[in-house]
Design a protein around this ligand. Sequence first.
Ligand code: UD1
Length: 363
Amino acid sequence: MKILLVVGARPNFMKMAPLYFEMKKSNHFTPIIVHTGQHYDYEMSQAFFEDLLLPEPDYFLNAGSGTHAEQTSKIMLEFERIVLQIKPSLVVVFGDVNSTLACSITAKKLHIPIAHVEAGLRSYDETMPEEINRKLTDAISDILFTPSKDANKNLLREGIKEDKIFFVGNIMIDSLSKIIENLDNEKEETVLAKFRVLPKSYCLVTLHRPLNVDSEEILRSIIETLLDISNKLKLIFPIHPRTKKNLERFGINTNFNNNSIITETLRYTDFITLEKNAFFSITDSGGIQEETTYLGIPCLTLRPNTERPITIKEGTNELVSLENFENKVEDAILGKYKNGKIPHLWDGKTSTRIVEIIEKWIS
Ligand code: UD1
């Protein structure tokens, strides 16, 4: 049975990899990787395929960047061609990026069933493009795999039938735990030496949400706060292409103190090593809220809401605002931060559960 696994942007790759390998082991499935090309820089895409030991994608749709309508429509046109040619038994989509929605709509209109991995997350903030992608993808999916029980409740509230929803845990943890298992002291020390840091002596920063980086006033204010923070603690700040473009466009000074490091985006293994050894993290990413919860690293999330409330309820995550962000950082430096536990079924076995369910569902 041919199964299309659709990825497009960086956070998709570590969610797809474990399912690809699990399907490869099964006698029933031929997994076929379709990469829409939403992310195309070497560091945003190919480096992740290498670190996750994935083969080259079977199909690369070369959609690239653009407005939401441009990007979504380019992906739909190209993906339709592939679906008509391959006639898969199932299309699997991951997360909440534009590629997720574009390929779900395309498949559904060709009467191909869809499985959505990471279904049911909701920020209830429709100014986020991801929220629209999540809701619409879930509305037309045939099998919905959720990472946490709150996601099941969200889906039921939206009228999705219970027999379509499967709580399987967080698939990203499958990739994360595998990378952590393969790290030894020597490998960790090599990465830390490359960034000239000792464990727990720095703060790992990432920012890329349009809300934080697309407005000059907000971005300038965040960077000014980070400049202050860098007087107290070294920062490592891998810069997303969206953020980099805007810092250049607005002419914002990023000369942080304390030998802080601004770098290009990092490959998966290096980033996870830095995350595992960080004192704490400042982020607006969804995935990092989850990874830090799994790793037990305090996380300050610069957002008014999160679609991943379990990272706050059970994990190490805390939402911060532009107003209280510097105080929260000072608290963290003084050791006042949240402790947490690993949520249920974030155990590295989510892909196994998904394959078992798909086998039954298809038969
Ligand atoms: C996308 C996802 C977001 C996810 C993020 C992770 C959507 C709506 N957003 O946001 O949910 O958290 O990926 O990174 O799908 N660019 C490059 N090289 C690349 C890719 C992008 O330079 O390889 C630049 C382009 O200028 C582009 C901009 O980054 O216009 C934004 O890329 P885009 O894919 O539109 O959204 P992200 O901000 O990356």
